[in-house]
Design a protein around this ligand. Structure first.
Ligand code: MN
Length: 217
């Protein structure tokens, strides 16, 4: 687990993303899903472990339906403080586009030994998020194309949090700012039109900045 690849891909003079330090976490381990409208919309699923955020890009996002397997491509480890990042990665930079903190919370392993489970390619865990809860599994698949060993499946396990409802469609907003992607892009000087393609239509859902501000008492 290392941040070398993460740093190699980014120019910290240009991106507002954290440079990050690798540090052992104290207490509970953080979990985050960042909805990312880059060249393709995807959901970055991240679990804190070993001082970094283990990261997978999930093109279709998580599903609460245990019969649905979602492709999760493992990507470079991210710094732990990346979990708080919501904003715009400037054009021309790696991952350029709009990032939303779609869900966050903590997680715990159901596998005895996390490192061993990762090696084996079968990690069972519980999520304590605001949108995603209960038991999940990440299973490595044989993979295909140029990235063998990097493709996994993210699957909900059967429990009382399993359901047929479409969580990504029903809960499209940020858990830290309640914004849609287009609202984040507008506030942070990003590509509003591009970002809005990752939001549910109609665009009339976008509230003006004024409406969102808390009323003064
Ligand atoms: Mn991403």
């Amino acid at each position: 687990m290392s941040l070398a690849k993460y740093r190699e891909k980014r120019d910290f003079k240009r991106t507002p993303e954290p440079q990050g330090r690798s540090k052992p976490g104290k207490g509970s381990l953080s979990y985050v899903v960042q909805k990312h409208r880059a060249s393709q919309l995807h959901y970055d699923f991240r679990l804190e472990f070993g001082g970094v955020l283990l990261s997978w890009a999930v093109p279709k996002g998580p599903s609460l339906d245990p019969s649905v397997k979602r492709l999760a491509m493992q990507v470079e480890d991210h710094p732990v403080d990346y979990a708080a990042f919501e904003g715009v990665i400037p054009e021309g930079g790696y991952g350029a586009g709009t990032v939303m903190v779609w869900d966050n919370g903590t997680w715990s392993s159901e596998s005895q030994d996390v490192e061993q489970a990762l090696d084996k390619g079968d990690l069972k865990f519980s999520l304590y998020g605001k949108k995603l809860r209960g038991s999940w599994v990440l299973v490595r698949t044989r993979g295909f194309g140029s990235k063998p060993g990097k493709s996994w499946l993210l699957i909900k396990r059967r429990d009382r949090f399993a359901s047929g409802k479409d969580i990504t469609a029903e809960k499209p907003r940020s858990v830290v700012s309640n914004r849609l992607l287009a609202e984040i892009a507008r506030d942070e000087g990003g590509d509003v039109e591009g970002a809005s393609t990752g939001d549910p239509s109609p665009p009339s859902q976008i509230k003006s900045k004024k409406e969102r501000l808390p009323k003064k008492r």
